[in-house]
Design a protein around this ligand. Structure first.
Ligand code: 28G
Length: 663
């Protein structure tokens, strides 16, 4: 047992002089409420409930309570009840004319370890004590069931309005019940507690501590039309954080299948930690951490411990499987795209920061890191394929970060020192051109999905921002000045016009991948024009292709299938979806909105996609011949003055260039 804990234990046994010194009346709270609850707005109003709920949670986490009731009444009051030990009602040693209960409810005990509860929450806006709630309520009543007796006392604005009275004997009941009504003098007559945020608060508490059942009830009069909050319900989640994470991630696909989740106790009864971490394909990250079930949105030492464990774990795993690049991983590479839930339980947590929403307890870092490290190594080793794929993605992140940094540094140096490859190119790892392809994608969001959906060995992705310069009407000066096109020329490596060298082309296939809509068609036609003008031999030699993203999204329940075209859609309706109820058919929205796995399946995977090869016709039919003779004028017409022709052009894909199926 540590000295600190020894002291804490002793303090629970008696009220030492030091504890009494920090006691103060409640007048300062009513005079400057904002100082204690972070304002007097609706948010602060809800903090009152959080405070009382946290007190009940403390009793549960300490192992003394298993149930908490939370009830919202139509009159704007709230009742919280726990089945813990009940706040002591015996005379207070230093104020023999007052009960311990009354001292707890009428004095501000900032700083001291007065509570004596080992897991007492003393951080954030919470932990200010139930006395602050009492001070800011026009009515508060408390019931204590303890030693087979039921006691009650009422207060108004922090002052007792009745003495502590014995109601009578009770059986089969134990614990504390607090009912309070926030003071309209403080919060305004129009302020009201709302069911939805309180229900959400109760739910997350239940997820954070699986040892408690929270019974929720809310007067139906408080539930406005359309509010999905239930009037009653039992919140109990034996699956803990793993289930919490699964719920917040529902419907999104994960990079490494199973989430990394678990719990571990610290040696010497010093507390425990729970965690759940997943890497979603969309890389939309969040990190929700808690200490003793109180949110720590500013993070702190416990988060640092988790980050260390994950980063060191990935580096060690990389070394083991021969991925040398893993050594460069930073915590940001590893957690920047992850969804993290972290819940720590320790004694006497220390909080810091403007709003006390950051954990400062130094020992938390080491405790958390050491507890999680071994579990993480096992998790990685248990599913090597998933672990390697995930590691590959994180290494991608690291490389992208390094490229960005390098590009930033280089842009400040002389232009001759510039890197040969553009910074936003996600290159493939194979160095020979044979069997490789580069996808030209519009925009960063589609580029992100493409990077995730690609085969990293053979497929490169170059995101191009905005509509590229309309080269048909641009002078070659302007062309030189266009960054997007310069990047494209650099990435391909083959040079332009007279200097074009097919041997130097860095990829086998150059694939234009744009949305299947008017804008996408426009961008595709601009790019095709660019190639036709600047690198005609690239087309002649059969390197240029159009990807065919799906046109429709068909869904039925949880089944989602994308259809290439009308024929494919009709076929799916006849087969997969036949006779199974309502089918949702929507126009495919855009590459960026498609999950990477689906983008891969429908549009990128060489085994399953359809590509159109772009060719310059050499008069196979009379018609083609006719058009091929005057392609230059065609191009100008299409790209210059008649925008309505562009769409038609690309839709038909058979005018100045024709396309043929590549299988
Ligand atoms: C219903 C709404 C919120 C609570 C307890 C239980 C004890 C307690 C609370 O003690 C003062 C200082 C150190 C003992 C502790 C009962 C030890 C033994 C408690 C709550 C007295 C505070 N028996 N349950 N406070 N300690 N529930 N629910 O607030 O010496 S507050």
């Amino acid at each position: 047992m540590s000295d600190l804990f020894q002291q804490a234990v002793q303090k629970t046994a008696d009220y030492s002089a030091k504890d009494i010194e920090v006691l103060e009346g409640l007048e300062p709270v009513r005079r400057r409420p904002g100082m204690y609850i972070g304002g007097t707005d609706e948010r602060a109003l809800h903090h009152l409930v959080a405070e009382v709920l946290d007190n009940a949670m403390d009793e549960a986490v300490a192992g003394h309570a298993t149930f908490i009731d939370l009830e919202m009444r139509a009159d704007g009051s709230v009742t919280v009840r726990d089945n813990g030990r009940g706040i002591p009602v015996d005379p207070h040693p230093r104020f023999p004319d007052k009960s311990a209960l009354e001292v707890i409810l009428t004095t501000l005990h900032s700083g001291g370890k007065f509570g004596g509860n080992a897991y007492k929450t003393s951080g954030g806006l919470h932990g200010v004590g139930i006395s602050v709630v009492n001070a800011l309520s026009d009515h508060l009543s408390v019931e204590v069931a303890r030693d087979r007796k039921l006691w009650t006392q009422s207060y108004s604005r922090g002052q007792p309005v009745s003495p502590l009275s014995l109601v009578g004997p009770v059986h089969n009941r134990r614990g504390t019940t607090v009912t309070f009504h926030p003071d309209p003098q403080i919060f305004g007559a129009r302020a009201h507690l709302r069911p939805a945020p309180l229900y959400r608060m109760a739910r997350s508490k239940a997820y954070l501590y699986r040892g408690v059942q929270i019974r929720w009830s809310c007067d139906p009069l408080l539930l406005k039309e359309g509010d999905p909050t239930p009037a009653e319900g039992v919140l109990h989640f034996p699956g803990g954080l793993r289930d919490f994470l699964a719920e917040t991630l529902s419907g999104r696909s994960m990079l490494a299948g199973e989430a990394f989740a678990g719990q571990a106790a610290f040696a010497g009864d010093a507390g425990h930690v729970e965690w759940a971490v997943a890497w979603p394909e969309d890389e939309e990250a969040y990190c929700n951490s808690y200490c003793n079930t109180v949110p720590t949105p500013e993070g702190g030492t416990h988060e640092a411990g988790l980050r260390n464990a994950l980063t060191r774990g990935f580096r060690a795993y990389g070394e083991m499987v021969g991925n040398r690049k893993a050594a460069q991983l930073t915590a940001e590479d590893v957690t920047g795209g992850a969804c993290i839930l972290l819940s720590l339980f320790i004694r006497d947590p220390q909080f810091q920061g403007q709003t006390k929403e950051k954990l400062a307890s130094a020992e938390a870092t080491r405790l958390v890191e050491n507890s999680i490290k071994d579990h993480f190594d096992h998790w990685l080793a248990a599913a090597p394929e998933a672990a390697k794929a995930l590691l590959g993605r994180l290494v991608d992140r690291a490389e992208e970060r390094q490229r960005r940094k390098q590009a930033k540094e280089l842009s400040r140096k002389t232009p001759t020192k510039r890197l040969r490859l553009p910074g936003k190119l996600a290159d493939c790892s194979r160095s020979a051109a044979a069997g490789t392809e580069v996808f030209l994608v519009e925009g960063d969001s589609a580029g992100g999905s493409a990077k995730q959906g690609r085969n990293r060995e053979t497929q490169a992705v170059l995101p191009l921002r905005g509509k590229i310069l309309n080269v048909a009407s641009a002078s070659s000066d302007k062309l030189q000045a266009n960054q997007e096109l310069r990047d494209l020329i650099e990435a391909l490596g083959c040079g332009v016009r007279d200097r074009y060298d097919d041997e130097k082309l860095r990829y086998d296939k150059v694939i234009i991948m744009t949305d299947a809509d008017v804008d996408g068609a426009h961008i595709a036609s601009l790019l095709m024009t660019f190639f036709y003008r600047e690198m005609p031999r690239l087309i002649e030699n059969g390197h240029l292709y159009l990807a065919m993203p799906p046109l429709y999204r068909l869904s039925q329940g949880s089944t989602v299938i994308y259809a290439r075209d009308d024929a494919h859609k009709d076929e799916l309706l006849r087969t997969v979806f036949a006779g199974k109820g309502k089918i949702d058919i929507s126009r495919f929205k855009g590459l960026g909105e498609m999950p990477p796995a689906q983008l891969k399946e429908t549009t990128m995977d060489p085994g399953r996609r359809t590509l159109l090869r772009v060719v310059i016709p050499h008069g196979r039919t009379e018609e083609d011949h006719e058009e091929a003779r005057d392609t230059a004028r065609m191009v100008e017409n299409l790209m210059g003055r008649k925008p309505e022709l562009r769409f038609q052009f690309i839709q038909e894909r058979a005018k100045f260039v024709t396309t043929e199926l590549d299988v």
